[in-house]
Ligand binder design. Structure first.
Ligand SMILES: *Cc1c(COP(=O)(O)O)cnc(C)c1O
Length: 415
């Protein structure tokens, strides 16, 4: 297969999904529904009084990020690529999401809240009609303190799960892969989270975390490779885009399709967002995943149809990238199967280019995001010929960055 050869050689590729279908033709065949997403949305509303009490910086207790118009970056992309970038360019600012500073504030925090609610209701301490700000009290913290939450992570998921769980009073163990940044581990430890480090990659951290958690009946494992709850938390983010664009006066229709470029690791974040977007925009939204040339796990799983039965190491890749949030060698099969007909395409990006985008965005728009979060910027270049005669709205999903320390920022900007 030609594509696999290109991937082996670590060339940047654009893959158009031959399995792409109209949303209505397959949405009933996938293991999540619109009702599941609406249920997640309602649960996050129930928690809003609690969130605004313990994190007063979160407006109305709803963790959400703005969309920025970035015309200067669009101009830069035109100069940089020597060709047109059709339509208008926007940036989804998940780098600014409260509490966790990344897209993981969507799925990770949602799953922890749902688990807490389930335990508290079962324990007879809470009902759905209550004001959830009561969770910020000693009886609840003592109750949750008998339970443990565990997760395996390259860094950002650990941050979001760790911070939220510790705040509710849970014991938390985060199993970190070798590529996790030192400052992320330090921040978690400062909040009383137990961080276990492994000299191996993400898959091993997840496997060890899962094993450890299974030994303890009072432990819940947040399974990044397989969690419907994580997926639903992310999907709410996709659904909410519509109200946001509506309020900005941006109409999405056949003549003005929405093209969205999402950095992909194991797949839950971008997959959930893409599903939420499809629910509100149907066939007028086109979703693309971006992955490092060293870790194109989702593209490999989708293009071969093998999903989690193939890893990037199987084709000789090293899964080593500066995009730590994307350093995943084996994709989620749960997400991959949902993406089979949903995804318009996927592309790979060289690490060098991540830093070029990072610097350009900082210089042209004054916005700093982390290396992983810049991966989507190749999207409008790769897809430029697909929107001829249309006025697409191009949305690059910036997935993280606001918690990155100053020293680390300087280092990235000089790379
Ligand atoms: C986790 C992460 C992603 C990708 O999310 P997955 O669910 O792993 O696919 C993208 N960008 C950043 C910054 C992340 O932390």
């Amino acid at each position: 297969m030609d594509l696999i050869n290109e991937l082996k050689l670590m060339r940047e590729v654009m893959w158009s999904n031959p399995g792409y279908m109209g949303f209505k033709d397959y949405c009933d065949t996938i293991p999540v529904t619109e009702d599941d997403v609406r249920d997640a949305e309602a649960r996050l509303k129930r928690f809003a009084p609690y969130i605004s009490k313990v994190f007063p910086e979160v407006v109305d207790g709803i963790i959400e990020s703005p969309i920025s118009y970035i015309p200067n970056m669009r101009e830069w992309l035109v100069e940089y690529s020597g060709g047109p970038v059709p339509g208008l360019l926007y940036l989804k600012r998940d780098d600014l999401l409260n509490i966790a500073g990344s897209i993981k504030a969507r799925g990770g925090i949602y799953e922890v809240l749902k688990h807490a609610e389930t335990l508290a209701i079962k324990g007879g301490l809470l009902s759905e009609e209550d004001d959830y700000s009561v969770l910020d009290s000693d009886p609840f913290r003592e109750f949750f303190g008998r339970h443990t939450i565990q997760v395996g992570s390259t860094g950002n998921l650990g941050l979001s799960i760790g911070i939220m769980s510790a705040c509710l009073g849970f014991k938390v163990i985060v199993h970190m892969s070798s590529d996790a940044r030192a400052w992320k581990k330090a921040m978690l430890r400062s909040k009383g989270v137990t961080v276990v480090e492994y000299p191996y990659d993400y898959s091993i951290a997840v496997e060890e975390g899962r094993k450890n958690s299974d030994l303890d009946p009072l432990s819940h494992f947040v399974d990044d490779e397989n969690s419907k709850d994580l997926f639903l938390g992310y999907a709410v983010g996709g659904v909410r885009v519509k109200a946001q664009l509506d309020s900005m006066g941006i109409v999405i229709d056949e003549e003005h399709p929405l093209a969205v470029y999402l950095p992909c690791g194991v797949g839950g974040g971008p997959g959930g967002v893409a599903y939420g977007l499809k629910l509100v925009y149907g066939d007028n939204v086109h979703c693309y995943f971006a992955e490092p040339t060293h870790s194109p796990c989702m593209l490999l799983g989708l293009a071969t149809g093998k999903h989690d039965q193939i890893a990037v190491e199987d084709i000789g890749l090293d899964n080593k990238t500066e995009a730590d949030g994307l350093a995943v060698g084996r994709p989620s099969s749960f997400v991959g199967r949902i993406m089979e007909h949903l995804l318009s395409g996927a592309f790979t990006i060289d690490d060098k280019r991540l830093f070029q985008y990072l610097k350009a965005l900082y210089e042209r728009e004054g916005i700093f995001i982390e290396p992983s979060a810049t991966a989507g910027f190749s999207g409008p270049i790769f897809t430029r010929d697909q929107y001829k005669g249309k006025e697409p709205v191009q949305l690059v999903w910036a997935t993280g960055g606001s918690l990155v320390p100053q020293e680390e920022r300087k280092f990235f900007l000089n790379k």
